[in-house]
Write a protein that binds this ligand. Structure first.
Ligand code: HEM
Ligand code: HEM
Length: 315
């Protein structure tokens, strides 16, 4: 997703103006002497003297709290909007823009509502939870903006994520097939024997060499197949590009020249497996933060409601 495009400008200006207005109302009510001459608040915006001990409980403070709460509700509604694609109100993109900017507007609103104080354990918990939701949202937004370019650079070909298990099993099958070919005895009637191996789609005619075939079969069995079959490839030495390059280089030197194409094919399978693992890792980064952001945002909603009820009823 692109964050920097023109459709954000009205939102940016709105958030800037709304924050300035909120700041003005706050200072005009709680320390009017600090406003420059001529910037005094009109009297309609000045609350009646409140006997409430903290700013959050005064009408102005309450208004900031209630608007923040309403924005939280709106923020969580994004979930619904994304699931109900037929719901006709606004495109998902315009919801996303509103989501980002309105929730950012809650930063000044929450600060002014709390009067820059933490309050008791309940409100400390509330503010910490709020901070985690906001930071995870900002982090996720940055990831969504940066990661696609990095992925493009590092992943030569991207698979559909859901297809990855299938692609992986195809690699395993190809490697098993080649191993079986190498294990089947070479007919010894004619010498030198011409054997026929199939790598991918391409038939290759080569001079059969029993020792090379045995080496390659063992190499496939001991090193390559465990890696290709693994659920997580990251802990295997073949997942390391440099190690893999060295290994295949020496493999190339140790087998008969006629087997270079097969060695190259095996190397390409390992390469592909490495790329699939990288793609999975990117996918987890791109989506993992939502497992923090989304459940905690629902919790934030509940805790704010609880805070509102408790403070309004008991203070
Ligand atoms: C109180 C504040 C917030 C609440 C309650 C909230 C809530 C949510 C929820 C419920 C979703 C899930 C949507 C879905 O089902 O996929 C979501 C997604 C998201 N939020 Fe927030 N959020 C908040 C603040 C933020 C902030 C400050 C940012 C960034 C500046 C942000 C950026 C995002 C992004 C990028 C997504 C992902 C949309 C996608 O799936 O691509 N959120 N948020
Ligand atoms: C419907 C929304 C809200 C209502 C009705 C509400 C109500 C109140 C009230 C009445 C107080 C004063 C408590 C006292 O006098 O000790 C207060 C304080 C506070 N509120 Fe809220 N609040 C709301 C939303 C929020 C939100 C969204 C946050 C932050 C995420 C928040 C954070 C705080 C904090 C940190 C304090 C403590 C400030 C202090 O002790 O001086 N409130 N709130």
């Amino acid at each position: 997703m692109r964050i920097l495009n023109r459709s954000h400008i009205p939102w940016f200006l709105f958030v800037l103006l709304a924050s300035a207005a909120a700041g003005w109302i706050y200072v005009g009510n709680f320390s009017p002497a600090r406003l420059p001459a001529g910037a005094a608040l009109p009297s309609v915006l000045i609350q009646k003297v409140s006997d409430h001990r903290s700013i959050g409980g005064t009408p102005v403070g309450l208004a900031f709290g209630i608007i923040s709460f309403a924005i939280f509700i709106f923020g969580v509604l994004l979930s619904l909007r994304k699931r109900l694609l037929l719901w006709p109100i606004g495109s998902v993109q315009s919801w996303m823009r509103a989501h980002i900017w309105l929730t950012l507007l809650t930063i000044p609103l929450v600060l002014l509502h709390s009067g820059f104080r933490w309050g008791g354990p309940m409100t400390v918990l509330l503010v910490v939870l709020y901070a985690v939701v906001m930071l995870s949202g900002i982090y996720g937004l940055i990831l969504q903006h940066q990661l696609p370019a990095i992925m493009k650079e590092r992943l030569p070909a991207e698979n559909v994520y859901e297809q990855i298990p299938y692609v992986r099993s195809r690699l395993v099958l190809a490697a098993e097939q080649l191993r079986d070919d190498f294990l089947s005895p070479i007919p010894s009637v004619v010498a030198p024997v011409v054997a026929h191996a199939v790598v991918g789609e391409k038939p290759i005619i080569l001079l059969a060499d029993a020792a090379s075939e045995a080496d390659l079969a063992e190499f496939l069995e001991r090193q390559v197949l465990p890696y290709l079959r693994a659920r997580r490839g990251g802990s295997f030495r073949l997942s390391d590009q440099d190690y893999s390059d060295d290994l295949f280089r020496s493999m190339n030197l140790s087998v008969n020249e006629g087997y270079r194409d097969q060695v190259a094919a095996i190397q390409a399978w390992c390469e592909e497996r490495r790329m699939l693992d990288l793609q999975i890792r990117f996918h987890h980064w791109l989506h993992g933060w939502l497992f923090v952001h989304v459940p905690l945002s629902f919790l934030l909603l509940l805790l704010t409601a609880w805070h509102a009820v408790v403070t309004v009823l008991y203070y």
